[in-house]
Design a protein around this ligand. Structure first.
Ligand code: GLA
Ligand code: ZN
Length: 664
């Protein structure tokens, strides 16, 4: 495939034909090499049941082609047209209160509905046959942000049937399901799979085991929905890639599994957010974590399919990106492993919900400040992108990130401020502050390549995963386990045969005999001779003889008892953190653990200067990103030279410098 690096999301159907040529010229001048189109234009492509109209799209594709601009086509299944919904109202989704959601937004569809699936097969087949060998079409995006707009997905009759089928395949007999779900509680036993419903809201409470399977089913349904399209596309297309635009840590679908169907994972990155609740510099670690998790889903370079290119907003708007900020954000994505950036959107839309989600061009269509900035950015970066080909960040630290653990904590968060993803991001932050690069790893992943593995909240546990952790440490790995590990089996039933964390007690060298949920308070902790704070939870533990106390509680009725521990096991060390450490404590703790695990930082820098390395055989590239609106001094470590421009030991506001060094 041709190497493409910069593109825009383009909606020619929103504008008069006469304008298309002007757009193509402006794009070409800016150095744009590709566009993504059509992911919401179902009605334009199939205005009536038996009428397909591809001429307009043929015309845009070939016009753009005459300017050397390639196309990525979206399958428009995120926006089923009104005629279809009118004729087949059963394709509308039904929420957990049993209310049918109406036409008028997007994703007003039930993904299991057979009638809807049939329409999709027909359209996608026609599109694939028509464009499958078009030399200007380089790839496909299936649907758009699957799982978005789906709240708790759909509980209609079709979804209920599919859920029953899924359960039958998994459990074979109703009694096996009864055992797995603990239905003896409150007389919830089923005699037959036909009695199981998609979970509507109940009078009181929910069965946590049933809810976990429902969330797994919903994720599998999205994967299956995608597979139906990728199968068709693979059958009729030649030399065209397939991708889907992810949303970072969004969790309606297991992104690792979805990634198996795709050639490239792509992602939509909006650092300005919708409402910008936090000041930008406090969010930088979340932006970085989001990019790292996206790279980790397929463990390969990724694409940004929508990169912020102006003020964001629907009803309420975000701040205007300052000069340099759009480029800095795009460069942050590249630093973390993006091989291509597609900016959302080309021109600010005059109609519909997203009138205030600003594009490169303003409403008027006249190139302004954003066009100029991104034009300069693209022309400076095109040659650099060629050099970066084949390079990736190569972290020594892995953070285990699992969709199933996220689901289990959504069902029973324990504490109003506890979320699985939030907890994972807190550990990430402590490493990010020290410029220590991180991969995210699925529980099925390869732990062995990391010197340090951080596994927060390993709540659902299986014998297989226990073995993996024990094996990892035995062979010399350093592992961080935390509170609420080994609490449940994979069916979301509490484990009862041992004190927590079950079989992992042997590895962690502790037993949790009691605990305290810190509802509206915090606890003091003594670490390295200093008093610090911890939140949410306190595990009260009994230590094995070899276990060392790293930190002890310093308040509450358990003052003086161990809070964070270290236990040698085989050739490695297992750390156990029995609480949620506050920021200061977590940073100090991770610093100590990284030192013990011989994990190095990229380099030291001001807290608002992020440093990231991409590397390949023979070369290392260091990105220094100034996220602040003030100049910051910065010296690259020995051996690095600046890739472009001259080094002044200083980064201007929102400036990014790239350095390189020959390396083995
Ligand atoms: C998402 C979608 C786009 C658009 C933007 C802005 O990322 O994929 O279609 O809706 O958000 O709201
Ligand atoms: Zn449904």
């Amino acid at each position: 495939m041709k190497q493409l690096h910069f593109g825009v999301d383009y909606y020619p159907e929103h504008w008069e034909r006469e304008r298309w040529k002007v757009d193509a010229e402006l794009m070409q001048k800016m150095g744009i090499q590709m566009v993504r189109m059509a992911e919401f234009s179902w009605h334009k492509l199939q205005p009536r049941e038996d009428v397909f109209e591809f001429e307009w799209l043929d015309e845009v594709i070939s016009l753009l082609g005459s300017y050397g601009i390639y196309t990525i086509l979206g399958t428009p299944t995120a926006a089923p047209p009104a005629w279809m919904v009118h004729k087949n109202p059963q394709i509308l989704p039904v929420d957990r209160e049993g209310r049918t959601r109406g036409f008028g937004g997007r994703h007003h569809d039930c993904q299991s509905n057979p009638v809807y699936r049939e329409y999709i097969r027909k359209l996608v087949t026609k599109m694939a046959q028509h464009y499958g060998e078009n030399p200007w079409v380089v790839g496909w995006q299936v649907d758009n942000e699957l799982g978005n707009s789906h709240q708790e997905l759909c509980t209609c009759a079709s979804c209920t049937q599919h859920f029953q089928r899924w359960l039958k395949q998994k459990y074979k007999e109703a009694d096996i399901l009864n055992k797995a779900w603990g239905t003896a509680f409150w007389s919830q036993e089923y005699n037959d799979f036909a009695e199981v419903c998609a979970p509507r809201i109940t009078v009181t409470g929910e069965n946590p085991s049933a809810m976990l399977d429902w969330k797994r089913f919903c994720s599998d349904l999205i994967v299956d929905f995608t597979r139906e399209q990728t199968k068709i596309l693979r059958e009729y297309t030649k030399n065209q890639f397939i991708t889907h635009n992810y949303m970072g840590f969004a969790d309606k679908v297991d992104y690792y599994k979805l990634g198996e169907l795709l050639d490239i994972v792509s992602h939509d990155q909006y650092p300005g957010g919708f409402y910008l609740e936090e000041t930008p510099h406090e969010k930088n670690h979340v932006l970085a974590a989001t990019l790292d998790v996206v790279r980790s889903y397929k463990n390969q370079p990724f694409w940004i399919m929508e990169q912020q290119s102006g003020i964001t907003g629907w009803e309420v708007m975000g701040r205007a990106p300052a000069p340099g900020q759009l480029s800095a954000w795009a460069l942050q994505a590249i630093a973390h492993g993006a091989d291509a950036i597609v900016f959302f959107r080309w021109r600010t839309c005059a109609m519909g919900t997203e009138q205030y989600w600003h594009g490169i061009l303003p409403h008027s269509g006249n190139p302004g400040r954003r066009y100029q900035e991104l034009k300069d950015f693209v022309s400076a970066m095109n040659p650099v992108m060629e050099r970066l080909q084949g390079s990736m960040p190569k972290p020594q630290v892995g953070i285990v990130f699992s969709f199933e653990q996220a689901y289990a904590f959504q069902i029973q968060p324990h504490h109003k401020d506890l979320s699985y993803t939030g907890q994972v991001q807190k550990y990430y932050r402590a490493l990010y502050q020290q410029n220590i690069p991180v991969d995210f790893v699925p529980e099925q992943g390869d732990f062995g390549k990391y010197k340090l593995l951080v596994a927060p909240l390993q709540y659902l546990m299986s014998p297989n995963l226990e073995d993996k952790y024990m094996d990892y440490v035995r062979r010399g790995g350093h592992l961080v386990l935390t509170m609420r590990t080994g609490v449940k089996d994979v069916h979301n039933l509490c484990m009862t045969d041992q004190e927590l964390p079950g079989r992992l007690s042997e590895l962690a060298g502790i037993e949790v005999l009691d605990y305290d949920c810190l509802r509206d308070t915090k606890v003091e902790v003594l670490f390295e001779g200093q008093k610090m704070e911890a939140f949410i939870w306190s595990d009260l533990m009994r230590l094995a003889p070899q276990t060392k106390t790293l930190a002890a509680y310093a308040s509450e009725f358990y003052a003086g008892e161990p809070c964070i521990t270290e236990h040698p096991y085989g050739d490695g060390i297992c750390y156990y953190v029995g609480t949620e450490p506050g920021e200061r404590l977590l940073e100090a703790l991770m610093k100590q653990i990284c030192r013990k695990a011989s994990v190095g930082q990229v380099c030291s820098s001001d807290t608002q200067v992020e440093c990231v390395v991409r590397q390949k055989e023979g070369e290392r590239f260091l990105f220094a990103i100034n996220h602040s609106n003030q100049p910051k001094s910065f010296q690259a470590p020995d051996g690095y030279s600046l890739l472009q421009g001259s080094q002044a030991g200083k980064l201007e506001a929102y400036q990014v410098q790239i350095f390189y060094k020959a390396a083995r």
